[in-house]
Write a protein that binds this ligand. Sequence first.
Ligand SMILES: Cc1cc2nc3c(=O)[nH]c(=O)nc-3n(C[C@H](O)[C@H](O)[C@H](O)COP(=O)(O)O)c2cc1C
Length: 180
Amino acid sequence: MKLSDLIKKRVSVNKFNEKEVDVELVKKLLDDAVYAPNHKMREPWRFVLLEGEGKKKFVSEYVSQVGNLQKEETKQSLSKVFSAPLIVAFIMPVNKDYRDELEDLQAVAALIQNYLLLATEANLSTSWKTPKYIESEVFKEVIGCMPNEIVVGLIMTGYTDLDVQLKQRKRAETLVTVYK
Ligand SMILES: Cc1cc2nc3c(=O)[nH]c(=O)nc-3n(C[C@H](O)[C@H](O)[C@H](O)COP(=O)(O)O)c2cc1C
């Protein structure tokens, strides 16, 4: 498939069928995705894969550690994202220098888009999620973040039976100014 078609084939999908995702396939996709541009070759990323029993264990451990008041709300929100057969958590070291940190975030975003496109090519469906709870100390601890790391995003990954339509975009030509 042409890259321009693949870009348009990728859409956010939130409902997946029961088919399991092969962890080795996801590792292979990530192995290609890491060829994203990244400044000074800092390669500011690592990945946590949550699926099967590990995913269940993670959710129950996280829910048990969240205070009672937040439990219901958290459970509802978690159950949406963690309904995907496999979640990839993209983790980045914090960078003490603000500009370096911005560059690192941009590098991780480029890497995530690589992953989304490679997953689409492999007939997987995905959705990029950044729920507020990924910033919480409890979530970071349970997922295994080091004190100097943040979770940039969670990518729901699985197979779908749905035919999700592309959301149209403004034509770039309406947004372009050619500097003269
Ligand atoms: C950085 C980033 C964070 C996002 N976080 C969320 C999120 O928390 N929840 C959600 O439903 N979608 C989230 N999305 C997905 C966007 O809503 C989605 O990409 C957008 O509506 C365009 O639809 P498409 O992906 O089908 O083209 C996020 C996308 C990006 C790039």
